[in-house]
Ligand binder design. Sequence first.
Ligand code: FES
Length: 106
Amino acid sequence: MVSFTVEDQDGNRQKIEAPDDMGLSLMEILKAYEYPILATCGGMALCATCHIEVLKGEEELGIATDVELDQLENLPEYYSTSRLACQVRISTLLEGSIIKLRGEDN
Ligand code: FES
């Protein structure tokens, strides 16, 4: 299991745990915890509704890939450590990180 902190759109933080051996994406875990993420494309890196900003742990998680940037650049606002949660695998790289939800919430 890996544990990390999620900050919602209202600034509320919650520590969550996720299995790091099932190949799940961060988007899938956020939905399992009932965060309001649309994920309309189902994790295909096509909708950017799973937009997150990495507040802590960006060195471990790395920067957005070209596939992610193609979508992030279409958003009105994105950040140097923005990622698409559907493209981030749950792994030990997430341990201790802080993730802020930036996607649409309805
Ligand atoms: S779920 Fe659509 S881009 Fe991540």
